[in-house]
Design a protein around this ligand. Structure first.
Ligand code: PXL
Length: 265
């Protein structure tokens, strides 16, 4: 029997289970993996927004990561919400002992409903300490603009910024186009070889898009943990997210529900 692919997700808890650790664990489980978790923050939220949140202390975040890495055969790590510069540094330090494990960084800065999780000092720490260690960085347009200091107004701009970020940090970049206007979403994948691949999908008529970035980055990590190379892992994760968004379309939540990576009857 093949060993189960183990993924460590380092992310925030979402009490409504749409994004964060809960979305990651659901996606990793649906893809046949085992999700270990290091919780970086606790949010009190539902489908309508974040009511309150608190960071977990950096030493407790590090202790969770180190406990997991000391025991489980982790095949890939992903990071989501990191609640500040000290937390970013603690994560980078804890991962430094396992430099070969692929790392997917979803640079979560805030919630769509308007709560800012990572201040500017944390962005600086992310750029300096974590992104140089990343295998792939998965920003959306606003996050890529903040990370690059460049503005994105068109698909050619998106490709330029993705290339700039890939060069700067020496990692692959998947620049997600879900925030752009238009009936299709265009995600731009730049590999460290300089190869560019556009992934296209129709824009679905759904407001249930909460946690899409979490599902996508967790699914990439799940693919890497099962031994896929980066490009096939991204392509498979992209397809899985489309399925999840379709499944989430019919959910009854009153606010913004999640991309729902699970089959139910
Ligand atoms: O989708 C970004 C995100 C990540 N993680 C947590 C969140 C959110 C957005 O609300 O709450 C815990």
């Amino acid at each position: 029997m093949k060993p189960i692919p183990c993924v460590l997700t380092i992310a925030g808890s979402d009490s409504g289970a749409g994004a964060g650790i809960q979305a990651d664990a659901r996606a990793i489980g649906a893809l046949g993996g085992y999700a270990c978790t290091a919780i970086t923050a606790v949010t009190a939220q539902n489908s309508r927004g974040v009511r309150a949140w608190r960071p977990v202390t950096p030493d407790l975040i590090a202790a969770q990561i180190e406990a997991v890495l000391a025991d489980f055969p982790i095949g890939a790590v992903k990071t989501g919400l990191l609640p500040g510069a000290t937390a970013v540094r603690a994560v980078a330090k804890s991962l430094a002992r396992k430099p070969k494990i692929p790392l997917v960084v979803d640079p979560v800065i805030g919630s769509t409903s308007g709560t800012r999780f990572l201040p500017d000092s944390g962005l600086k720490a992310l750029r300096e300490e974590l992104l140089p260690r990343a295998t792939i960085l998965t920003p959306n347009w606003p996050e890529a603009e903040l990370l690059s200091g460049m503005s994105i107004r068109s698909l050619p701009d998106a490709e330029t910024v993705a290339r700039v970020l890939a060069m700067e940090f020496g990692c692959a970049v998947l620049l997600k186009g879900g925030h752009a206007p238009g009936g299709e979403c265009h995600d731009c994948l730049v590999l460290t070889t300089g190869r560019v691949r556009w992934l296209m999908s129709p824009r679905l008529a759904t407001r249930h898009t909460h946690g899409t970035g979490c599902v996508l980055s967790a699914a990439i990590a799940a693919g890497l943990a099962r031994g896929l190379k980066l490009e096939p892992a991204v392509v498979a994760a992209h397809a899985f997210l489309q399925q999840s968004l379709r499944a989430g379309q019919s959910l009854p939540w009153r606010g913004r529900g999640p991309a729902f990576a699970q089959v139910w009857s």
